[in-house]
Design a protein around this ligand. Structure first.
Ligand SMILES: Cc1ncc(C[n+]2csc(CCOP(=O)(O)OP(=O)(O)O)c2C)c(N)n1
Ligand SMILES: [Mg+2]
Length: 788
């Protein structure tokens, strides 16, 4: 059999080279994709023995809804450079398609939702290369495609990615209820501001969410909204059967009837089938002879097929729509579909978690022509010969290789970064200067750093960097204030050369942008070193998105500043408390809270390496605006190592000391003062500088299971067993209180666990008991505990 020739990447060429039986092959594959996805879920729930009594789940109805669209995309439309985010609960369809493409094993399908098997929701880190973007938290995969398209533009406009091949299209397959998520609208607006291109959002418009049928009023607005943002909207409403019926005499009455049919009635009738349609059409349209003729021509089965013939299940309509778009304008396809299409619970409002029972599955299997025992066979029961189908699949542009990720060369990082000069500095100031110096020095590191911030560029001290490196835009845009000779400390000209992406105030967008930039290596073959800045308390605004970015192993540096009640006059609404616990608990993110500029210089350099290490993580710096007197010292290699490991003795304790104070971050001056006073009564007391509660903690956990001594244990071993330990920081006390369990020290954890308020640092530190006096009191209490 002759292999059809498919040329990669050239718009419109696929049409010419397409084999004549393309529709037959695709329709057959669609049947198989529906079958396999349904069977995979059935197998997981009914045939695999359960050891814990839990329902396994899976989404047969949500999968059926996308079977046609995904078949069209994966076997015909997508090119290797396109990247796709799949609606989370269509994961079974995705795995079935990868299986047919030869990129997924039968074992993994049999173990769908089991340990080591195909994942419930497509996961980059667990399912591997076939997945471009992880999904799961609805709305985020959709937004992710938009920011990845911006990342692609960033690279291409700077010639950092090859421009001889066409740009990839960033494609999201979205459930209609995903559009309720606010992050979608935030992303849309940002995308419009940045003139985003090469973006397709395909909306699986089945008019059902998890709980119910969605509001009729909603979609009247959706297309207008996309158009307002400069998108092309392609509505795929009726399939060819229905269009043919509408073209018959009186057919327009049928169209008007369906157009006016409320979502909930349409869904209910889909569920009821031919008889239900007949009853309603008879009641409402019987006066038209043409409609009576249509009803007479269709038995119940044919009438159900006709009335459910929406364009999102009509292969030819879908292919026409996708191939009809040849430019880079962002395009929203609103594809009318049916949730559970082809399955017995199609259209039922409660079908989201519905699973076919054994009898339903048996009759579905027979209707699919699949013999018992041939359930996993890739091409059994189809009306196109298997060898023809396998040749067709082999010719799909995505069939060639399972490799979807690029190897991106590492960016060289200098052995050290110069410590910002100054006797009194805040860590935020130090950060600004460090980046400013990197910008001035130039070279490979400076070329690959890209910064981004949600409207807090200046107030998080990115100014020195931006002044040297400029703001990114697809077009050149002048700095009007500068041209008009109005004095300003900030240069604000924009161009494709710029290396700062300025976002509007939407923390969710910041984290999606960081996720996209942080995947530039595997997605586009060129590593970027993204740095995002925001105020520490607003991490929580974007927290699910930060988690999403980490879940798919995107690599970036997050600089959160200002932080804590140390922000003093700004007041409680801007003062963060629990964020260090996020730093401690968030997988894929390592956090630091240094006190001094020289520590930050060591850590920032390390972070540029860490985010490039194969099993590295993203890095979160919690910084402060408080000017702090800097230690006069040169950092030797062993001290640098300790700073990175999370702690070092700023004042060494005497061997077997009775007491130590352990501090983290901006309270360093109070801790030093308290230590100085204590030294008179307890001469051997130690002062432990903690740069990363997170690193110390995770090292302690690892060491406990490995039987080795952890960094924290080694440090605390200097003290007498059971010695008193006071921990203090402008952070929730639980961040450090676990230290008491490391070596059995009597601990008094201090920190902030109430909302902050306006004030100056002396007033606030006193009111929240993290001032010198409070540390001394705590030390006294801790010593009493030891004596008791
Ligand atoms: C952020 C978030 N909240 C809630 C859920 C639970 N959830 C999963 S699917 C879904 C509704 C899906 O409706 P739709 O997007 O229309 O997809 P359909 O199943 O209709 O294809 C919900 C609420 C989730 N996955 N993510
Ligand atoms: Mg839906």
């Amino acid at each position: 059999m002759e292999m059809p020739q498919v040329l990669e990447g050239a718009v419109g060429v696929e049409e010419e080279a397409a084999p004549p039986d393309r529709i037959a092959c695709l329709t057959a594959l669609e049947r198989k994709v529906l079958w396999l996805s349904t069977w995979m879920i059935h197998n997981a729930n009914h045939l695999r023995p359960s050891r814990d009594g839990l329902k396994v789940g899976g989404h047969q109805a949500s999968s059926a809804s996308l079977a046609t669209l995904m078949t069209a995309l994966y076997f015909d439309v997508l090119r290797p450079q396109d990247r796709i985010a799949v609606k989370p609960h269509a994961s079974p369809v995705f795995h079935a398609i990868q299986y047919l493409l030869g990129h997924q094993s039968r074992e993994k399908l049999e173990r769908f939702r089991a340990f080591g098997g195909a994942q419930s929701y497509p996961s980059r880190t667990k399912d591997g290369e076939t997945v471009d973007f992880s999904t799961g938290s609805v709305g985020l995969g959709v937004g992710m495609t938009l920011f990845t398209s911006m990342a692609q533009d960033y690279l291409r406009l700077k010639q950092l990615a090859p421009t001889d091949a066409p740009a990839g299209r960033m494609i999201a397959l979205a459930g209609d209820a995903e559009l309720d998520e606010g992050n979608i609208f935030e992303a849309l607006l940002e995308g419009w501001k940045h003139d985003v291109r090469n973006l397709w959002w395909v909306i699986d418009y089945n008019r059902q969410s998890l709980d119910a049928v969605v509001s009729d009023r909603l979609f009247g607005r959706i297309d207008a909204m996309f158009e307002m943002m400069g998108w092309r909207v392609v509505t795929l409403k009726y399939g060819r059967l229905l269009e043919a019926a509408f073209a018959r005499p009186d057919g327009h009455h049928l169209r008007e009837w369906i157009d006016a049919c409320p979502n909930s009635l349409y869904s209910a009738l889909v569920y009821k089938g031919g008889e239900g349609w007949r009853e309603h059409l008879h009641r409402d349209l019987n006066r038209y002879p043409g409609i009576r003729a249509i009803l007479d021509d269709h038995d119940d089965t044919a009438l159900q097929r006709l009335m459910t013939n929406l364009a999102g299940h009509d292969m030819e309509s879908i292919l026409d729509a996708f191939h009809g778009v040849a430019d880079d304008r962002p395009t929203c396809f609103i594809a009318y579909t049916i949730k559970g299409y082809g399955l017995p619970f199609a259209g039922h409002k409660d079908n989201h978690a519905g699973l076919m029972n054994l009898d339903q599955m048996a009759s579905f299997r027979r209707s699919m022509g699949v013999a018992e025992g041939a359930e996993w066979d890739p091409f059994a029961g189809l009306d196109v010969p298997p060898e023809r189908l396998s040749a067709f699949v082999a010719a799909a542009p995505l069939a060639g290789s399972a490799r979807r990720w690029h190897d991106a060369p590492r960016v060289a990082v200098p052995p050290s970064l110069p410590t910002p000069r100054g006797t009194t500095l805040s860590t935020q100031e130090a950060f600004g200067r460090l980046l400013g110096d990197i910008a001035a020095a130039g070279g490979p590191l400076a070329e690959r750093i890209v910064t981004t911030s949600p409207d807090v560029t200046v107030s998080t001290n990115l100014g020195p960097w931006v002044n040297r490196r400029g703001i990114f835009d697809r077009a050149e845009r002048a700095d009007t204030f500068r041209e008009e000779k109005v004095v300003s400390a900030q240069r604000w000209a924009m161009s494709p050369k710029g290396q700062h992406i300025e976002l509007g105030i939407a923390e969710s967008n910041l984290f999606l942008q960081l996720a996209a930039l942080g995947l530039a290596g595997p997605l586009f073959g060129t590593r970027l070193l993204p740095i995002g800045t925001l105020y520490d308390p607003f991490i929580k605004r974007g927290l699910d998105v930060l988690n999403y970015a980490c879940y798919q192993d995107a690599r970036f540096i997050l600089v959160a500043t200002p932080s804590g009640i140390t922000l003093a006059p700004e007041g409680g609404a801007h003062q963060s408390i629990g964020e260090p616990l996020i730093g401690l608990a968030q997988p894929g993110l390592v956090s630091f809270e240094p006190a001094y500029a020289d520590e930050l210089a060591v850590l920032l350099r390390w972070a540029f390496e860490e985010i490039q290490r194969e099993d590295g993580e993203s890095v979160y710096f919690r910084l402060s605006t408080r000017p702090v007197e800097q230690p006069a010292r040169k950092i030797a290699a062993d001290l640098a190592e300790a700073i990175i490991a999370g702690a070092y003795w700023l004042r060494e304790p005497a061997e077997g000391a009775e007491l130590a104070i352990a501090y983290c971050g901006a309270v360093a001056p109070e801790a030093l003062a308290a230590h100085r006073e204590l030294a008179e009564d307890i001469p051997g007391a130690g002062l432990l500088a903690i740069t990363s509660p997170d690193r110390l903690h995770s090292d302690w956990l690892t060491a406990r299971t490995g039987g080795e001594m952890s960094v924290a244990e080694r440090l605390l071993a200097r003290l007498r067993p059971g010695a008193a330990l006071v921990t203090v920081g402008d952070l929730h006390p639980a961040t450090l209180s676990w230290l008491g369990a490391v070596a059995g020290n009597r601990i008094v954890p201090m920190g902030v666990n109430r909302f902050g308020q306006s004030g100056d640092i002396p007033d606030l530190y006193e009111a929240y008991h993290i001032d010198t006096g409070a540390i001394l009191d705590a030390a006294a209490r801790a010593c009493l505990l030891v004596l008791r």
